[in-house]
Design a protein around this ligand. Structure first.
Ligand SMILES: C[S@@+](CC[C@H](N)C(=O)[O-])C[C@H]1O[C@@H](n2cnc3c(N)ncnc32)[C@H](O)[C@@H]1O
Length: 198
């Protein structure tokens, strides 16, 4: 795809995440980065929407944050708010974002994603990306819907790789007449749900 991003940096970061994960026995400490083809698809969608305000839950080493921050910057948007419980991972992300020239385009926050979502104002986001502990998402309802503006996009990764873990949450989305949703069979499976225009 055409972008100002340093694709060599992104390829190296993704490769280092895959290698790190192969050595790390604790699943919760793995990088578990978004698949490159999923990131590229979302970068196009965010640009098409002109997305300017976005929250990511699950920073890890900053791989997906680099893609999203670049897309928000292209639309003249605000810094991406990227949240993670793991301070060490966020320190790694800070270094990677600086390397990518995007340090000023991301606010890194070491916190619980559910707690942060509760504080986000109604209808204030163009996009919300959920990429943390999947079984927690249902407990965060209705905030994932509440924080999106009309026409805003909810994105959930791993819906094909871990369908059981996201089933309860996706049932809430599908039961909500205010969403139109689909699953993109890219990477590990992306659920995309757009909130109805007002
Ligand atoms: C799949 S990784 C994120 C990958 C990242 N989005 C990427 O593509 O580069 C999941 C991350 O979620 C974080 N996490 C788990 N539970 C969380 C929670 N309740 N709130 C915030 N972050 C959480 C973990 O520490 C881990 O770094």
């Amino acid at each position: 795809m055409s972008t100002h991003l340093d694709m060599n940096l992104l390829r190296a970061l993704h490769r280092s995440g895959v290698e790190y994960d192969a050595r790390q026995s604790d699943r919760l400490l793995r990088r578990r980065n978004l698949e490159p083809e999923s990131a590229a698809l979302l970068a196009v969608v965010l640009r098409a929407m002109g997305a300017r305000r976005m929250v990511e839950i699950g920073t890890s080493n900053g791989y997906s944050a680099i893609w999203f921050a670049d897309a928000l910057r292209a639309s003249g948007g605000e810094p991406l708010l990227s949240v993670d419980l793991d301070g060490a991972a966020q320190r790694e992300a800070a270094a990677q974002l600086a390397e990518a020239g995007l340090a000023g385009q991301v606010e890194l926050r070491e916190a619980d994603g559910g707690a942060v979502l509760r504080e986000v104002p109604d209808g204030s986001l163009d996009a919300l990306f959920l990429d943390s502990e999947r079984t927690e998402y249902a407990g965060w309802w209705p905030h994932p819907r509440r924080v999106l503006r009309p026409g805003g996009l909810l994105i959930i990764d791993n819906v094909l790789s871990h369908p059981d873990e996201v089933a309860e949450f996706l049932a809430l989305v599908e039961a909500d007449a205010g969403f139109t949703s689909t699953t993109a069979a890219v990477g590990k499976g992306l659920a995309l749900a757009v909130r109805a225009a007002a």
